[in-house]
Design a protein around this ligand. Structure first.
Ligand code: SF4
Length: 67
């Protein structure tokens, strides 16, 4: 399973991740990301990688469970 994770220390609440991946990321009232759902469906993984690469502070990461 592939999951998104946010490092709350690195995140500076740009909100870019929610714009790039609204199916998996919502924003709270302070524009901090709230991850929707635990596992990313396969068709979102590529876009999630792009959103993680676009995060200005590298706070957004993809993790994979060991097989
Ligand atoms: S793009 Fe990065 S810094 Fe901006 S809200 Fe998302 S995780 Fe935080």
């Amino acid at each position: 399973m592939t999951r998104l994770a946010v490092d709350p220390v690195l995140c500076t609440a740009h909100g870019l991740c929610a714009e790039l991946l609204p199916e998996a990321v919502a924003l709270d009232e302070w524009r901090h990301p709230l991850l929707v759902g635990a596992d990313l469906p396969g068709d979102l993984v590529r876009r999630a990688r792009r959103a993680a690469a676009a995060c200005p502070t590298r706070a957004l990461r993809l993790t994979r469970d060991p097989v």
